[in-house]
Ligand binder design. Structure first.
Ligand code: FES
Length: 132
């Protein structure tokens, strides 16, 4: 079986990362990505498909204890109420606003990122949103 290597273009100066979303086809499909901002800060984000038209991205950092939301990104989304669920204490977040609506950090937000179309098929650009 041939090995496929995908060359990622260099992100623009305000981009955190360019991420391959081509495998995120169904609601709840998600992947981690590493990012680096303009000041050199690094972190890990999550890119998640909410529905056929919507991809969201956020910092993989729960506002309750400041830990990753979960090691398996495919288990972060609960389709019953379209919530992101932290694996540690099950806090539930709205994927569009990042607001914790149920759980131990109610009223706090995930750090949401902007997602826009990238420079190639299936690629998206992730940037800071400036909101949270
Ligand atoms: S660490 Fe996420 S709900 Fe407690």
């Amino acid at each position: 079986m041939p090995c496929q290597v995908r060359i990622m273009p260099t992100p623009s100066s305000d981009a955190l990362a360019i991420v391959d979303s081509s495998q995120l086809k169904a609601p709840g499909d998600a992947r981690h990505f590493d990012y680096r901002d303009g000041s050199g800060r690094t972190g890990r984000g999550v890119l998640l498909r909410v529905d056929a038209r919507t991809l969201v991205a956020f910092d993989d950092h729960c506002p309750h204890w400041g830990v990753p939301l979960g090691e398996d990104p495919s288990r972060l989304f609960d389709p019953r109420d379209a919530s992101i669920v932290c694996s540690m204490h099950r806090a539930r977040f709205d994927p569009h606003s990042g607001l914790c609506h149920t759980g131990l950090c109610e009223g706090q937000h995930l750090t949401r990122f902007q997602v826009s179309e990238g420079p190639g098929v299936g690629l998206v650009i992730v940037k800071r949103s400036g909101l949270f």
